[in-house]
Write a protein that binds this ligand. Structure first.
Ligand code: PLP
Length: 284
């Protein structure tokens, strides 16, 4: 892998940030993960736009323009030579003696790096995966892609302890589904593709958007709406989406099989169309 830090391209062993980086001490920062296929970043514009939104939401001025970040991305990919890559972008408020107040004029720290992508095993996409559901105990601004991922980390590891691939957050009172710990959730209910509508409870996933666009192009009935836990249990098909996982069929929710417990045809069709979209994007 290769790291961009403070204007320099460095090996991982050389790229160091301060122990007083506010990302380290307060989680005071934002991030993005971008998948690169054959050396070309997928949906980079959408990721950088979301990063800009996250920055505005936490009152941080990004030190680089979108064009500059695109250039750094190209450099990282070219210099590292990694074809199937994951690009990680992190911007923290900066470094300063520890205080909740941030000093005036503090300079954000931008880290961008590429590593070999770590996609899920292909066998999982054929078999489908299990998810568990957990009460959403995160903060009320989940539309911001902030570094504060402790509830997500705990939920994901609870999933692993339960032999599941992902934990899906739901609201305790309303029993409405929000999203996974690092994914968005879709369900096919009464032949309509349903995914929770955007708001403060979920991240506006880039993959979610691509999948919604594909589904609409394919003439599939689509609703961005409330999705209840009961909908999830009774759905014809369920899948999760993310940059890294793309589209993953879910065949078990808690201890209940989804329909016949096999990945469904709509999920498969959407995944194939997603892969075609990727192929199109990297051909240009
Ligand atoms: N929701 C959460 C909480 C996430 O962390 C992620 C990505 O890791 C997603 C949804 C999926 O977003 P995207 O498709 O932009 O990767």
């Amino acid at each position: 892998g290769l790291v961009f830090l403070d204007g320099e391209y460095l090996d991982f062993a050389q790229a160091k940030v301060s122990v007083e980086d506010r990302g380290y001490q307060f989680g005071d920062g934002i991030y993005e993960v971008v998948r690169c296929y054959r050396g070309i970043p997928f949906q980079l514009g959408a990721h950088l736009e979301r990063l800009e939104k996250s920055a505005r939401a936490i009152e941080l001025d990004l030190p680089y323009s979108r064009e500059e970040m695109e250039e750094i991305t190209s450099e990282l990919l070219a210099r590292s030579g990694i074809q199937e890559a994951q690009l990680y972008i992190q911007v923290t408020r900066g470094t300063a003696p520890r205080s909740h107040f941030w000093p005036e004029g503090i300079k954000p720290v931008v880290v961008m790096y590429v590593r070999e992508a770590a996609p899920p095993e292909e066998g999982l996409r054929r078999s489908g995966v299990k998810v568990i559901t957990v009460v959403d105990d995160r903060w009320k601004r989940c539309n911001v892609k902030s570094l504060n991922l402790l509830p997500n980390v705990l939920a994901k590891n609870r999933a692993r302890q339960a032999g599941a691939f992902e934990a899906v957050f739901y609201e305790e009172e309303s029993r409405l589904v929000n999203e996974g710990s690092s994914s968005n959730v879709f369900a096919l209910v009464a032949d309509t593709l349903v995914t929770p509508d955007l708001g403060h409870n979920i991240l506006p996933g880039i993959t979610r958007k691509v999948v919604l666009d594909i589904a609409r192009q394919k003439g599939l009935p689509v609703k961005e709406d409330r999705l209840s836990l009961d909908d999830l249990y009774r759905a014809q098909e369920v899948f999760i989406t993310s940059t890294v996982v793309e589209i993953m069929p879910v065949v078990m929710v808690d201890e209940l099989p989804v329909a016949d417990g096999k990945p469904g045809p709509v999920t498969r069709m959407l995944y194939e169309a997603y892969r075609e979209e990727v192929e199109e994007a990297i051909k240009k």
